[in-house]
Design a protein around this ligand. Structure first.
Ligand SMILES: [Zn+2]
Length: 338
């Protein structure tokens, strides 16, 4: 073989090696960097439910920041970017997030979908209309998730929707959902048990924000009123007098406000009716900081129940067996919008 042909062969071999190496390099990212579905949710309890079931298999962002009024929340322009990158947008529905829903519809990417949980959880006959959500206005009370039975339904709906979107991780979603459902059952049982320790006469709720009717229906409480009218303004003086009389007559030991809606009006009503005013309930704000075990839907419920049941003269012993931490694998890749 002449020197020139040896050189040619060497060149061919070198090229072959180069392309093989390149080929390998190109394959590598495809197998190791797996593209995760992008899921956008609205209120924190729903984000927490999704997080429990999806674990680290998705990219997750919650649109509605905690500690603000979710009922009047208007998304900011940069939220359209987040919504347009979503493969799936999960909402509560029942007109809770109308501005966010509109922005999501306007920015939905091809092949993506919007999924609302509320209307798939209860039948129309079970919708609750009340003082803050009157039937004439046509928006049912949206706070279904404060009834853990409905949170279980949310969890199974989310599980099935994640499997549809990302079938290769079906086993993970099923396993996480099964564990999470077991935890929700424990929560439900603990609430039932603890509620029984409250004197029957005290199982009455007067709240500022009207979040508790679906909860009340499940655990045998009577909602004697919600102070916040449907336009989120303060109640009229006549309505205040009526509520004070009602609390006095029913001898309710405590009335409840929430951290999101500080209410001097309810505080005044409580004072005049000689009842305690407790402003610590939460309907869509999780306790603790992101990453804390109690910063979860279950953590929020356990804390609410502890505050509410203690104030109404019950024992909270049963609630101590509730473990608020998300199921294994959760918390990873959880992007919280600031
Ligand atoms: Zn609310």
């Amino acid at each position: 073989m002449k020197f020139t042909s040896v050189m040619t062969w060497l060149a061919v071999l070198a090229l072959a090696f180069f392309f093989t190496a390149c080929g390998r390099q190109e394959e590598k990212p495809a197998t190791t960097v797996e593209k995760k579905p992008n899921i956008v949710t609205t209120v924190a309890p729903i984000t927490s439910i999704v997080e429990n079931i999806a674990g680290d298999k998705i990219q997750l962002a919650g649109i509605i920041p905690e500690g603000i009024n979710s009922h009047t929340f208007e998304p900011i322009p940069s939220d359209s970017k987040l919504l347009s990158s979503a493969d799936l947008i999960i909402l509560n529905g029942f007109d809770l997030e109308t501005p966010t829903l509109k922005l999501a519809q306007a920015n939905l990417k091809t092949g993506a979908s919007i999924y609302s949980l509320g209307d798939k959880t209860i039948k129309e006959a079970d919708y609750i209309f009340d003082f803050s959500f009157p039937k004439e206005q046509g928006h049912p009370n949206p706070h279904l998730w404060l009834n853990p039975e409905y949170a279980m339904r949310y969890a199974t709906l989310v599980r099935d929707e994640l499997i549809r979107l990302d079938p290769k991780n079906k086993a993970v979603y099923e396993q996480n959902a099964a564990q999470f459902l077991k935890k929700l059952e424990t929560l439900d049982q603990a609430i039932k048990e603890a509620a029984q320790t409250i004197p029957q006469n005290n199982r009455r709720l007067l709240t500022y924000h009207d979040s508790w009717p679906y909860f009340a229906r499940r655990y045998g409480f009577q909602v004697i009123g919600a102070v916040q009218p449907s336009d989120f303004a303060d109640p009229s003086p006549r309505e205040m007098v009526r509520l004070i009389e009602q609390i006095k007559k029913a001898k309710v030991p405590a009335v409840f406000g929430s951290e999101v809606f500080p209410s001097p009006v309810l505080e005044q009503i409580a004072r005049e009716a000689k009842s305690r005013y407790i402003d610590k309930l939460r309907d869509d704000e999780l306790p603790g900081k992101p990453g804390d075990p109690q910063h979860s839907y279950i953590g929020m419920m356990a804390e609410n129940m502890t505050i509410m049941f203690e104030a109404l003269g019950g024992s909270t012993e049963a609630l101590k067996k509730v473990d608020p931490a998300p199921v294994a694998g959760a918390h990873a890749d959880y992007r919280r919008k600031d």
